[in-house]
Write a protein that binds this ligand. Structure first.
Ligand code: GDP
Length: 205
């Protein structure tokens, strides 16, 4: 799957506005500021693509990008804003909750977490929904450049261990948008998940 040809397609504010399910969708979710937009931009090679989702009025929408090869990249609204009003939090839960629970064309969800602060309470809530819905889940521990190699490896091992309990089958990797690290591993994993080529978790990852 080429992530390189991504182009903005449409935005959705209400589950009722979702387009008819078609090509497989790879959705990205994460706490605000975790590095989700940067990761999407890095993976697609488009420096400002996901910042579309950050323009005023678009932050609480599900934003679809066509990958041009029979797949969509879906940018889910960020969560965990310190000062988010209750209505915004409730809208997020409804919109993202429904999308994850019911979307027929959703192939896999990438959960982006800051490698320095993984598995915060809302990350755990989201991962619980993914487990309950039986969704293929891949965790990007991004900003790995902010940790020493040793600390990054320790974090990766700890997160994989916890994921084994929270969401069996979920995979995880280190990533850095700043250093362009982890692109190949992420692209390979997402291609596999999008097209269900091999459901077993890859050996050694
Ligand atoms: P989002 O809110 O999850 O979409 O997060 P952004 O992609 O906007 O990133 C939030 C902040 O973290 C920005 O200041 C980015 O420059 C920074 N950032 C994102 N990814 C990385 C990374 O891999 N390494 C470092 N050092 N900083 C990053």
């Amino acid at each position: 799957m080429g992530l390189q040809k991504a182009a903005y397609a449409l935005s959705v504010h209400d589950p009722k506005e979702l387009p008819a399910p078609g090509a497989p969708e790879i959705a990205f979710a994460g706490r605000s500021n975790a590095g989700k937009s940067s990761a999407i931009n890095t993976l697609t090679g488009r420096r400002r693509l996901a910042f579309v989702s950050k323009t005023p009025g678009r932050t609480q929408l599900i934003n679809f990008f066509s990958l041009g090869e029979g797949a969509f990249l879906v940018d889910l609204p960020g969560y965990g804003f310190a000062d988010a009003p209750r209505a915004v939090r409730e809208h997020w839960e409804m919109l993202v909750g429904e999308y994850i629970a019911r979307r027929d064309s959703l192939a896999a969800v990438v959960v982006v977490m800051d490698a320095r602060h993984p598995l915060m309470p809302l990350d755990r809530q989201l991962i619980g929904w993914l487990r309950d819905a039986g969704r293929s889940t891949h965790v990007l521990l991004t900003k790995a450049d902010k940790l020493s190699r040793q600390a990054a490896q320790r974090t990766l091992a700890a997160v994989r261990k916890e994921l084994g309990e929270l969401c069996p089958g979920a995979s995880a990797q280190l990533f850095s948008s700043l250093k362009n690290e982890g692109i190949e591993e992420a692209t390979r994993t997402l291609s596999r998940l999008a097209f269900h080529k091999n459901k077993a978790p890859p050996k050694g990852e």
